[in-house]
Design a binder for this molecule. Structure first.
Ligand code: SF4
Length: 386
């Protein structure tokens, strides 16, 4: 039954003792674990080196913040607090290193703080290019990838051949295809594939071995097929702005209970960072470089000189046949909140209704959000042209 699979995924993603990671590592003494912060790191490269990439998307509502608050001012997002709290509580004992992608000042500062707190543990501020000229940003990024690969080889004691990298790219392509198939089914029959379930299934892939996760996504889709879930109506919405600090699962459920069918979103954006599967022949580092320059999706953390993100969101609405957009941003998230007026205006210009609210990963009260989302969903039902 799909509910059983989803429950397993929910247990996995809320297990901050990282039992899965411990068991994976214990199976072979040469295995290493690399944690990473949102949004995107080149996971095939880590996989090829014999590592388990584990995405730490924050502590959600389960982690009580005691020590983490002492390291940060009050006016930044919540994610780094829960991350430091988990670290100070020794939850990352099985991790061999961490990558901090260059998505915002908070993550950059966190990487510096991390190096002071845990000087013996591998940590890399992973600089992503903001220039998309292959001769400039491309060359720079390929060098960064080569440095990261060399670091991984030192950590694992294993030389990575190009064939290893191509094989890992192939496995991540299969994973991407499974996730995009799930996204397609959600758009077509959102009552069969609720966003809250799909979220848990996709997020499990932030922890699990890639092939095991690909099988899991297919098993979930097959189980939903077999369950023959009944149709129920609702207002089709795209959720935008929640690409880094993740909303609590109960918040996603609250939107659904308020009458929203979430047909597209930017939760867990790193799982679908590339807009297509990647080539499986050639030089692996060149493939990953080209993929970042040419196949990355839009994100507030990625330089977008022509501001194409506005058209991208409108296209997402059109392709998913959505009636409106819910802008759902983490409190104090500069990248998301700075884009909010621009994207809202773009939706207004195109006659696409929108609503917005903020959350923190540990938000526990959803009544106000339920009322706001419910009113928005009702207004879409009454006045949309569907
Ligand atoms: S939630 Fe926003 S501000 Fe916080 S780490 Fe993520 S991108 Fe940066």
């Amino acid at each position: 039954m799909p509910e059983h699979i989803v429950r397993r995924c929910e247990e996995l993603i809320s297990d901050f003792s990282f039992d899965y990671v411990r068991r994976w590592k214990a199976a072979d003494p040469t295995r290493r674990v690399m944690g990473f912060l949102p949004i995107y790191v080149p996971r095939p490269l880590l996989h090829a080196a014999g590592m388990l990439p584990v995405g730490i998307m924050g502590g959600g509502s389960q982690v009580e913040i005691i020590k983490g608050d002492a390291y940060f001012q009050s006016y930044i997002c919540h994610l780094p607090r829960s991350f430091v709290e988990l670290a100070m509580d020794g939850k990352f004992a099985d991790f061999d290193g961490f990558l901090f992608p260059s998505i915002c000042d908070v993550i950059r500062n966190l990487s510096g703080m991390w190096k002071l707190l845990f000087p013996g543990l591998y940590a890399k501020y992973f600089d992503l290019p903001q220039n998309f000229d292959p001769e400039l940003g491309g060359k720079f990024y390929r060098q960064e990838l080569a440095k990261l690969l060399a670091d991984c080889e030192v950590l694992t004691g294993r030389k990575v051949a190009n064939a290893d990298l191509l094989e890992s790219i192939r496995l991540y392509n299969l994973n991407y295809q499974a996730i995009t198939q799930l996204d397609y089914r959600r758009r077509r029959e959102p009552w069969c594939y609720p966003a809250s379930e799909a979220y848990a299934v996709v997020r499990a892939g932030m922890i699990m071995d890639v092939s095991e996760h690909t099988d899991l996504v297919h098993t979930y889709m097959n189980a939903v097929d077999a369950a023959e879930r009944p149709f129920h109506d609702g207002s089709r919405v795209v959720v935008s702005g929640a690409f880094c600090e993740q909303p609590p699962l109960d918040l996603i459920r609250t939107l659904e209970l308020a009458g929203c069918l979430i047909v597209a979103d930017d939760f867990l954006l790193g799982s679908r960072w590339h807009t297509t599967a990647l080539p499986e022949r050639g030089d692996g580092l060149d493939i990953l470089t080209e993929a970042y320059l040419r196949r990355s999706t839009y994100s507030s953390s990625r330089y977008d000189p022509l501001c194409e993100k506005r058209d991208h969101l409108a296209l997402q609405v059109a392709e998913s046949k959505a009636d409106g957009v819910i802008f759902c941003a983490p409190s104090f998230c500069d990248p998301s909140l700075l884009d909010l007026p621009l994207l809202q205006a773009a939706m207004d210009e195109r006659g696409i209704p929108s609503a917005h609210f903020k959350y923190a990963e540990n938000t526990g009260q959803f009544q106000a959000i339920r009322e706001q989302a419910g009113t928005f969903a009702d207004s879409l039902m009454l006045w949309s042209e569907r």
